[in-house]
Design a protein around this ligand. Structure first.
Ligand SMILES: [Fe+2]
Length: 368
């Protein structure tokens, strides 16, 4: 009888730093795409699927802790768990495999110089999607929600915050926005950059507009390029939520839903937006919407200062034409299912079916 573990339990174990060996048995190609932080990899998928158990025979694993076997969909990992169990190990198969793991998340508090607000980064670890809850004096705003509304609701409740605003930095292409659902569940206002893309009511946050969250201020700064509407939100001159405009080690690709000349036009906009962000104080904290790899359960926010970013960005921005060439050539493949995801995000619909079907795989919103 195969033992199982669900993604929520594994998430809790990793967050609590409980000893566990996570054994990833997928192919090298699948592993390359994305993985669970800290997992051990043995390419045993094809062998186990075709009934050759020898693939795990020589694997030495610590016997003082559970082993969680992981594959793509949670089937071949059962074979692996059964084999390890015959060796006396406490082996469990991860239900739903990496597809289900796509929704696993962890959190890290961002330390800011300004103490009028607290910022918690909520990371969808597999895809590297980063969202934020900003809390101050009993109120909160959520930026770029990418996991279940329950996560933000529970976090707000724990801190005694009422969620007043839900914001997206742009129409996302790599994950389904949870903004509408979260706004519906909380009665919060939904704030988006002014644009004609989405087909549902929202409150526009134009360049320079501000909202108050408790004692804190969030101000919109239009930073087009990754998409035309892309907007960053500045918190009290202490932090800037940059969406997919700039990451800690790369910039947002300008070519999604745009080809050829349109992508080059966006790249020119991106150049100007990045110049604008560079003018912010060098100690301001940059909080992007993506990490470049799966996010560890380490409580460390994925963040950089404007000064850190400028150390590599200055070089990128030395020449506008070189920059435009750089961000419009040699791009990674477009994110899987991005056309359907953009379409659902513009309609403001959430699929009735399993969202991980559409959202599977790593995100590919960056140029590095
Ligand atoms: Fe994006």
């Amino acid at each position: 009888m195969t033992k199982h573990i669900d993604t929520q339990t594994l998430r809790d174990w990793l967050e609590a730093d409980r000893p566990v060996t996570v054994l990833d048995i997928r192919t090298d190609d699948d592993r390359e795409q994305w993985s669970i932080p800290g997992s051990v990899h043995v390419n045993a998928f094809d062998a186990l699927r075709s009934g050759r158990p020898g693939a795990l025979a020589h694997l030495a694993l610590p016997s003082d802790r559970p082993v969680v076997t992981v594959c793509n969909a949670g089937r071949v990992s059962q074979t692996a768990a059964d084999l390890l169990a015959t060796r006396g190990l406490d082996a469990r198969s991860l239900d739903g495999g990496m597809k289900a793991w796509s929704l696993a998340w962890n959190a890290a508090e961002v330390r800011l110089a300004d103490d009028s607000a607290r910022v918690i980064q909520i990371r969808r670890t597999g895809k590297g999607c980063l969202s934020y809850i900003v809390g101050s004096s009993g109120e909160a705003a959520v930026i770029d929600p990418s996991v279940s509304p329950d996560v933000y609701l529970e976090m707000a409740q724990r801190h005694g915050w009422t969620i007043r605003y839900v914001l997206d930095t742009h129409v996302h292409a790599d994950h389904l926005s949870r903004a509408r659902e979260l706004a519906r569940r909380t009665g919060a206002a939904i704030l988006l950059p002014p644009q004609g893309r989405v087909r549902f009511p929202f409150t526009p946050m134009a360049d320079g507009e501000e909202i108050r969250v408790g004692d804190a201020t969030l101000k919109a700064v239009h930073t087009p390029g990754h998409t035309n509407e892309s907007t960053s939100y500045v918190l009290n001159d202490a932090a800037v939520f940059t969406g997919d405009t700039v990451f800690t080690n790369g910039v947002g690709r300008p070519d999604l839903n745009a080809d050829g000349e349109a992508a080059r036009t966006r790249a020119h906009s991106l150049f100007k937006s990045l110049q604008r962000l560079r003018q912010f104080p060098s100690e301001m904290v940059v909080l992007p919407a993506h990490a470049s790899e799966p996010v560890a359960f380490d409580g460390q926010p994925v963040a950089a200062s404007i000064g850190d970013v400028d150390r590599w960005l200055a070089n990128w921005l030395a020449s506008e034409s070189t920059f435009v060439d750089r961000v419009t050539s040699n791009l990674p493949p477009t994110p899987p299912s991005f056309v359907q995801i953009v379409d659902l995000n513009e309609a403001g619909e959430f699929p009735a079916t399993d969202p991980t079907e559409l959202e599977a795989g790593a995100n590919r919103c960056a140029v590095r």
